[in-house]
Design a protein around this ligand. Sequence first.
Ligand SMILES: [Zn+2]
Length: 403
Amino acid sequence: MTERLYYHDSFLYDFDARVVESLDHNSRAAIVLDRTAFYPTSGGQVHDLGMMVAEDKQIAVTEVADEEDGRILHFAAEALPVGTQIRGRVDAVRRRDHVQQHSGQHLISAAFIRLFNMPTVSFHMGEESCTIDLETSGLSATQAQQAEFLANEVIAEDRPVSMRFVPLEEARQLGLRKLPPKQTGDLRLINITDFDLTACGGTHVRATGQIGSILLRKAEKVKQGIRVEFVCGLRAVDTARHDYIALTEAASLYSCHIYDVPEKVRKSLAEAKNADKARHKLLEEIAALYADQMLAQTAGTPHVITQYMPDRDAVFIKLLAQKLTAGKTPVIALLGAGAGQLTLVFAQSPGQKSNMGQLMKDAMATVNGRGGGSADMAQGGLPSGGADGSMIKSLLQQAASKL
Ligand SMILES: [Zn+2]
């Protein structure tokens, strides 16, 4: 069993220890020490990083893992012989960040219990943000803000945070926020004075002021309840800075104050929607004009119109096909578009004997394209790369010859 120095001091970054085992763990060097201040990934908190210094060597610690038997594995860039005396150096910036996030989690979880009786069922610490899952069917924006406010008040009060070990039986009497599911021996309790008492093996602040601040982010529904994302301490500052930069960029695009960005976006979206409608209406009018012109230049029963339009897209030739086949004159329209994806549209006025869907399938089969449709209207797309206008033209000719 490795002696866990971090249990008693979350701010111990330098320590002496001796290598007691040197393992090859799936082709990675894993070192077991007699004692360690390196925190292994457990209880939602991610592992420390750092260095082991042995004589003139500096070896990076890349991961720290907790074994079921109580040993802590330090994955290192290279192995060290058993018996080596080392000096361990924990990455203090990373540890302080984890301490802020983890103590902040206890605080926000306690706030959700106190205010709304919403227990935390899981905690995850990520590289950028952390999440807790609350056992509840819903969480309003106001509730989230209230919990955030309460947690930040407790931070401002700078309440002492203490740790102690107590036997399991005694712990049961204390009304802990959370009891671990399977536990033998003494429980390690983290106490935020007059606010939260819970069992935890993690590293924590000495007083709530060290958490700095807590900022709740998005809340989303998950299988087991509501997942709340949050950031504490310097992460909260970094996140606010990041938000501000993004918002400032958006505001400068609109030449407005950052708080007016939502209103401006709403207006822009409405304008874009109206412009889209107007554009579609114009396209319909142009399609109708084209249709009239084409019909006037064609004869026969039915009129067979074969046309490739290199500068028009699929939407336009579909509109054109509708206009061509909507009138009294029986028409078969075989159209191709060259803008965007190369597209074919075959259409006929209702009640004629050809089958546009079949005609399209046959045409597509020869060029490895995809398409089909009903007897009166069919659409097909050519695979991008390799296909060009001359291919479309020849497909249109072939289809016309089969009518
Ligand atoms: Zn904890």
